[in-house]
Design a binder for this molecule. Structure first.
Ligand code: NG6
Ligand code: CA
Length: 517
């Protein structure tokens, strides 16, 4: 039977409606503006939480996230140390592309370009109130820092409406918090001085007076003693402003909770970067001595508590259905990171990186494959995902979520993996570059290519042999990177070497045309 004229007209009408610009836009993924809470823990390994198989640790609050959200088994930080990894989160760019993005001293200048389309700046433009609470470690100011005056640019110039941070790390001077541009509780009559070159002031250092230490250092960390712990670098003055390590989790968590409470009625983005479980391990009395795995385990308990406090706040304010929570870590695990605090002795069979090889500082999977969980009740179905994703993708993915376009030069390595992050797709990226200092490895599906690897840090000093080069691993049946199949797979080695070189040299991996949304 031939279609009647009126039926044909009806079809034409329907086609016109479908093609109308408004309809087409509505048919694409609609923009959402949920609150976004990104909890970025420090040095937490793949096996350091119980929902990733850690049997000697108990992380009920993080496990609860995994049970109510999507737990990623192949998610990565962009590098195996903090500064480059956090730089990538903020900029959507692989850190090896920019000089000066290695682990920064506490008096370094800001490495994130102010005014650029960073992750928080993009969300700010989408109407979010944004906050950074906790560890910063991306530098401050643009000339020699005078800590006694407002310090800028910093988080507030790179997209954060409000910030409450520690400038670098817990083991680096200055041991003070900053709120926006100012050192918190600074007494002008006791000015702060900081140096990474020579001793300043006349307070004892770990090197000169080790008998004064409540925690001995094992390597480095022999500068000024603050709160019984010697640090990297020297500082003088600012006594009223100095932190007490054992209170730090309470302080940061309290600030995170306060920010959520204050902003519960508008879309907010909270970048919550707890200090745990970085060194120095100095847990609050509530957690000290309570875990199965010594003082490092105590800080895992403390981190889990912080996560619980944030989640309870979200629940109490009835924000859960309207809040996307992401939990992760900035790099893989380390046990002795410069303090002889008993962590090594008390590990008792706990495997911080789980079955993965390497950890913090390493080019192997343990360096960058980290816990990564997304939660958004009603939008993300609980489960696990094997998608290959990286924290560098948050910029493009959250731009897509919130309907923001990425400027062409922004986020050059950031891919929109939103469908994977919310569990609509099992597929993430096709390839990923993993960085450890000056080394870069390539992931392509379940293949891992390591052009060359150096033995890391003090292992090198102890005469560890150089690994063979190049290395190729099939992670599908060798998650621990124990069988180098490079000698048998010369074609694949050749192809992956060329791909790695291409992705490094191209200066960007996100195609020019690919928008965030
Ligand atoms: C290293 C420190 C280590 C830690 C790391 C940065 C020494 C011997 N080691 O240089 O303790 O602070 O830098 O860690 O000083 S990160 O997680 O911020 O990248
Ligand atoms: Ca770290």
């Amino acid at each position: 039977m031939k279609p009647t004229v009126s039926f044909r007209l009806a079809l034409l009408g329907l086609a016109l409606i479908l093609l109308a610009p408004g309809f087409v836009r509505a048919a694409e993924a609609p923009a959402h503006h949920p609150n976004i809470v990104f909890i970025l823990s420090d040095d937490v390994g793949y096996g350091d939480v119980s929902c990733y198989g850690g049997t000697h640790v108990k992380t009920p609050n993080i496990d609860k996230l995994a049970a109510s959200g999507l737990r990623f088994t192949d998610a990565h930080s962009s590098a195996s140390t903090c500064t480059p990894s956090r730089y990538s989160i903020m900029t959507g760019q692989y850190a090896f592309r920019k000089r000066g993005t290695g682990v920064l001293p506490g008096d370094a200048n800001l490495i994130v370009p102010p005014g650029s389309q960073t992750l928080p700046a993009m969300l700010q433009k989408a109407g979010y109130t944004t906050a950074a609470v906790g560890k910063w470690h991306l530098g401050l100011g643009d000339k020699t820092i005078d800590w006694n005056k407002p310090v800028a640019p910093g988080p507030n110039e790179t997209g954060f409406t409000w910030s409450f941070i520690m400038p670098a790390t817990g083991d680096r001077v200055p041991c003070v918090f900053m709120e926006n541009h100012d050192v918190v509780r600074l007494d002008p009559s006791d000015p702060i001085e900081v140096s990474y070159e020579h001793k300043v002031g006349n307070e004892p250092t770990g090197k000169e007076n080790p008998e004064l230490l409540k925690m001995k250092f094992s390597h480095g960390h022999d500068g000024t003693i603050v709160n019984g712990i010697s640090r990297i670098g020297w500082m003088a003055g600012g006594h009223a402003a100095r932190w007490v390590d054992e209170q730090m989790a309470q302080t940061f968590t309290g600030k995170a909770v306060e920010f959520i409470e204050k902003n519960k009625d508008r879309p907010f983005f909270l970048y919550f970067a707890p200090h745990d479980i970085h060194v120095p391990h100095a847990p609050n009395a509530e957690f000290a001595g309570k875990s199965e795995t010594g003082i490092r385990g105590d800080t895992i308990d403390q981190l889990d508590w912080s996560v619980g406090q944030v989640m309870q706040t979200i629940d109490r304010l009835h924000l859960a259905d309207d809040t996307l929570v992401i939990f992760s870590s900035d790099n893989g695990p380390v046990v002795d990171d410069g303090y002889a605090d008993g962590s090594v002795e008390h590990l008792d069979g706990h495997k911080p990186a789980g079955a993965l090889r390497g950890g913090k500082y390493s080019i192997y999977e343990g360096g960058t494959r980290v816990p990564f969980i997304t939660v958004w009740p009603g939008h993300i179905k609980p489960g696990t995902s094997e998608a290959l994703v990286c924290q560098v993708d948050l910029l493009a993915s959250l731009a897509s979520l919130t309907g923001q376009e990425l400027e062409p030069e922004a986020g050059p390595d950031s891919f929109n993996v939103l469908p994977a992050l919310v569990g609509e797709s099992a597929k993430g990226r096709a390839t990923l570059l993993e960085q450890s200092g000056g080394q870069v490895a390539l992931r392509e599906g379940h293949w891992k290519f390591v052009p060359f690897a150096r033995p890391n840090g003090f292992r090198a000093a102890n005469g560890a042999a150089n690994p063979p080069r190049p290395e190729l691993y099939n992670l599908a049946d060798d998650i621990s990177e124990s069988q180098n199949v490079a000698p048998e797979q010369t074609d694949r080695v050749k192809q992956m070497r060329a791909e790695l070189q291409h992705e490094r040299q191209a200066g960007r991996t996100r195609p020019e045309g690919q928008k965030g949304s």
